[in-house]
Design a protein around this ligand. Structure first.
Ligand code: SAJ
Length: 479
């Protein structure tokens, strides 16, 4: 006798109508790709008609893309599927009842950047709205990054309570984490392997059936729902760990008078099969909305099962230590600035510090959880003046960001490079020193984008992350 859920899927027949809840940077390209699959007859995008996002409904129904920034191919694909009548958007969640499968891609931001508690409210209300209109034989897939245990736990409970149906018997439930990068959404969704985990075998199989048609190069990797949640949070935890490992090495190299980039080149040269070292790059800190939170999701997931965890007595989680090291880097940039100013008998108090780069990542306008913000707060708290330059970021609430480099550097006692924007790799040391109007201005390189010797020769006091070989240099007064 086939399990009840297999029978329910069979009675429903192949997936034809798909619901995508959350018209954001994941939901929109997903919906467009599903709608472009001939085997799928219709895709309905569900979006709350809220003051901040309701406008997307009308835009999408006109075949327009509401996402800002360059997303190759996306605008044309949306226009194509809307004109073909295969994709439409609505705020009417009762139409979930028409869907054979429903995916939810709702942001899980922090309540506030300090307390690292994720705000699941938007996601849970979307799950509730989905449950209210769920029908027998359908499939629900969570795509948001969540704490391991959420899909098979609270999400399942909400869906069952709202629908009166039983997960694993009347409807399928799975987790399929997104791993897209802004600027390459369609490519990532088509080409990245897709992790898919159901609460049971039939749910996994049905979710695999859902995603397979949109993959061009990627394959589907199946596992349980909780394993898929662990995989997603761990893939970013491991990246954060790799960055922390090289940041720690940079701090050690500074203390031992060594150039971390020479050391890094040697380590990276080990490329033989099985002995490769995936050494990344030290820097002024780790920002963004992935690496700054996913470790805490993973830690929260295991904390819920701590009774079953075997762990060395008194030892802190390696992953939380990595977070602490990466979060220390903007503080280290502040210490380098202080020691640079001290060499010319100045302190941060009463000094002007120019911050070059507000975005958390090079050549981007994305400033979410930027380390530059931590540094700016430290300068202001110490009684300094902070100016910010960034050629990519438009606006930031409460922060004045200038696109005029000379205006920000003019009168600066110190300049701190926080983001590796391409505009900062060709700075002219002599000209910039003249712009500061200082005899020995301080430059602190947080992304290894300038030539220390060129700036030292031009009369700057140089400090760089990982540059133990230069940070104590003799001060030169150009002729
Ligand atoms: N960073 C370093 N050193 C490095 C790499 C990054 O300090 O060697 C810093 C960056 O300056 C930035 C932060 O870490 O402040 C994050 O950089 P990132 O390149 O990891 O960019 P994210 O945060 O957009 O990470 C995303 C993630 N993708 C998803 O979650 C879908 C991550 O899993 C990807 O590995 C990463 O993009 C990527 O590889 O591009």
């Amino acid at each position: 006798m086939e399990p009840r859920l297999v029978q329910a899927f069979a009675a429903r027949g192949p997936i034809r109508t798909i619901g995508v809840v959350g018209m954001g940077y994941v939901g929109i390209p997903s919906a467009a790709l599903f709608a472009d699959v001939p085997a799928y007859s219709r895709v309905i995008g569900f979006q709350r008609d809220s003051p901040t996002s309701g406008y997307k409904i009308a835009m999408l129904n006109r075949g327009e893309c509401p996402l800002v920034g360059e997303e190759p191919g996306l605008a044309n694909l949306i226009r194509k599927v809307v004109r073909a009548g295969k994709f439409s958007c609505t705020a009417d969640f009762s139409r979930i009842s028409e869907c054979d499968a429903v995916t939810l891609a709702i942001q899980t931001p922090f309540r506030n950047p300090r307390d690292l508690e994720p705000d699941f409210t938007p996601l849970f209300s979307a799950i509730r709205a989905t449950g209210r209109h769920l029908t027998e034989g359908s499939l629900v897939v969570l795509e948001s990054t969540v704490t391991p245990g959420t899909t098979a736990g609270i999400a399942r409970e909400i869906l069952e309570t709202e629908s009166g149906l039983v997960a694993g018997k009347d409807f399928g439930l799975a987790h399929a984490p997104e791993r897209v990068m802004v600027g390459r959404l369609l490519r990532n969704l088509r080409e990245h392997d897709r992790v898919v985990g159901g609460i049971d075998g039939p749910s996994t199989g049905r979710a695999r059936e859902l995603y397979l048609p949109i993959l061009t190069k990627g394959r589907v990797i199946t596992m349980t729902a909780t394993a898929a949640e662990v995989e997603k949070t761990a893939e970013n935890t491991f990246r954060d760990l790799q960055i922390a490992a090289v940041n720690q090495l940079a701090l050690y190299c500074e203390a031992m008078g060594v150039n971390v980039y020479e050391v890094r080149e040697g380590i990276a040269s080990l490329r033989e099969e099985g002995v490769t070292r995936a050494i990344l790059w030290p820097g002024a800190g780790v920002g963004g909305h992935c690496l700054t939170k996913d470790t805490y999701h993973l830690e929260r997931g295991v904390a819920l099962r701590s009774a079953d965890l075997d762990w060395p007595e008194g030892e802190k989680s390696l992953y939380l230590t990595a977070r602490a090291i990466n979060d220390f880097m903007p503080h280290h940039m502040f210490h380098l600035t202080e020691s640079g100013l001290a060499r010319v008998h100045k302190s941060v108090r009463g000094s002007t510090v120019a911050i070059l780069g507000w975005a958390f990542i090079a050549n981007s306008g994305d400033a979410r959880n930027t380390p530059s913000g931590v540094f700016r707060d430290l300068v202001v708290a110490a009684g300094g003046e902070a100016g910010v330059h960034d050629p990519w970021v438009d606006t930031e609430p409460g922060v004045e960001i200038s696109r005029d480099l000379d205006a920000v550097i003019g009168g600066a006692d110190a300049v701190a490079i926080f983001t590796g924007h391409r505009e900062y790799s060709a700075l002219d040391p002599a000209r910039l020193r003249a712009v500061t109007g200082r005899v020995h201005p301080v430059i602190v390189d947080g992304r290894n984008v300038i030539d220390p010797d060129a700036f030292i020769r031009a009369g700057w006091v140089y400090k760089g992350i990982g540059r133990g070989d230069r940070n104590g240099h003799a001060i030169v007064t150009p002729k």
